[in-house]
Design a protein around this ligand. Structure first.
Ligand code: ZN
Length: 72
């Protein structure tokens, strides 16, 4: 499950939340001041610079993407 990082817009507290794909964090609350609607920061999972997750190119069970390929 992807790990998302949020920042509270009220107190600036940063916190990480594991949530399912597509979650926008609108139901989250700051763990420090309980303010709602934290600002979403970069996911630590998809920090490759692309906003389009390219999971389709390799199975998720293979982190390198080379597990199912024949040896060079
Ligand atoms: Zn806060």
């Amino acid at each position: 499950m992807p790990l998302y990082e949020y920042r509270c817009t009220e107190c600036g507290e940063k916190f990480e939340v594991r949530q399912s794909m597509g979650g926008d964090g609108s139901k989250l609350n700051c763990p420090k001041c309980q303010a709602g609607k934290p600002e979403k920061l970069f996911s630590t999972f998809f920090s490759s610079g692309s906003s389009e997750p390219s999971d389709m190119s390799f199975p998720s069970s293979c982190p390198t993407g080379t597990c199912g390929l024949p040896p060079m």
